[in-house]
Design a binder for this molecule. Structure first.
Ligand code: UDP
Length: 312
């Protein structure tokens, strides 16, 4: 039975990973300081093969016994969260990644970094391929996340090259699904909340900026395939189905049968104008591509929010 550590395991992506790897027969150790993670996300996982440790990964990590895989997913990930916690975001991407890599070296574990499409910043190349170096404002409000993840990638490659650690880097694009926090500020939960409560959709800027949304189950499959590969260079994991934010709003209104008022608000500073993953590499080398159509994934997500009663 592989023994696997997941940092940020109580978060949106992390908790789905815990669940997935348990089902694959792993013993799972989940570390989370619950700053943006939620204990409810992992409540149903409590069993013999699952351990939860409440800890900040920027502090020294001691784990008894062997570890086969370390998946480093701890970090605030929504623009609202990381701008609310700028220093913690920088610390978890830098010090936290260093600690997690140090543990991987100690245990000779395979290490997988949850990186991000934000390493491409406001991209000048479209769609984004892994060999694009990005267009990031280091001192802007988003810089705390973008630069932390860029540093984390550099640190991961340094451990790979200098210490010979087996590493993977997943560049994760916008992902949505059950267990997102309703008020984390990201566009999918925000719009779902607004359509379900008949509030106007808050569209930032013209709404013509684009994103490409991947359903959680597809993303987790991609991460798992990357983990089991031997690819140490970054791999984009996301859904190339690109759309404008206005189109996303229209689709959610269609699904819900809502009214459709839109309130335009200012575009946040350095908000990327376009974003679409080029997943040629993942398709060819991981034999992976997303399967869940957007409308189906959004319905599932909306139903989850309704069933949880989080939207009254
Ligand atoms: N956005 C919006 N209204 C909202 C929340 C977000 O128009 O209520 C826009 C935001 O400006 C960005 C896109 O939706 O262009 C995606 O934002 P999100 O925070 O989900 O993630 P990002 O991709 O920017 O990290």
């Amino acid at each position: 039975m592989p023994r696997t550590l997941i940092t940020g395991g109580a978060g949106f992506l992390g908790s789905h990973l815990c669940e997935y790897l348990l089902a694959k027969g792993h013993e799972v150790i989940c570390i989370d300081n619950l700053s943006t993670g939620n204990i409810e996300n992992i409540e149903q996982l409590h069993r013999e093969q699952f351990t939860f440790i409440k800890q900040d990964v920027t502090e020294y990590l001691y784990i008894k016994g062997p570890i086969d895989y370390i998946l480093h997913f701890a970090s605030p990930a929504s623009p609202v969260d990381y701008q609310r916690m700028p220093i913690q975001t920088l610390k978890v991407g830098s010090l936290g990644t260093h600690k997690a890599l140090g543990l991987a070296k100690e245990k000779q574990a395979v290490f997988l970094l949850a990186s991000t499409s934000e390493v491409y910043g406001d991209p000048l190349v479209h769609p984004q391929k892994e060999d694009y170096w990005g267009n990031v404002n280091p001192i802007g409000p988003r810089g705390v996340y973008d630069e932390a993840k860029r540093f984390a990638e550099a640190m991961t490659m340094a451990y790979h090259r200098y210490h010979g650690i087996s590493t993977r880097i997943a560049r994760i694009f916008n992902t949505y699904g059950p267990r997102m926090r309703l008020h984390d500020g990201r566009v999918v939960p925000q719009f779902i909340y607004q359509v379900l409560t008949n509030k106007p959709l808050t569209v930032y800027g013209s709404g013509r900026q684009t994103r490409s949304f991947c359903f959680i189950s597809d993303l987790i499959e991609g991460i798992y395939k990357l983990l089991l590969s031997n690819i140490s260079d970054p791999v984009n994991i996301g859904n190339p189905n690109e759309m404008t934010i206005l189109e996303l709003g229209e689709l959610l209104l269609k699904i819900s049968g809502g009214k459709g008022e839109i309130r335009y608000e200012p575009l946040p500073q350095d908000d990327p104008q376009t974003r679409q993953p080029d997943i040629t590499k993942a398709r060819a080398q991981l034999k992976w591509e997303p399967k869940v159509p957007l409308e189906e994934g959004l319905k599932t997500t909306m139903d989850w929010f309704k069933n949880k009663g989080v939207v009254s």
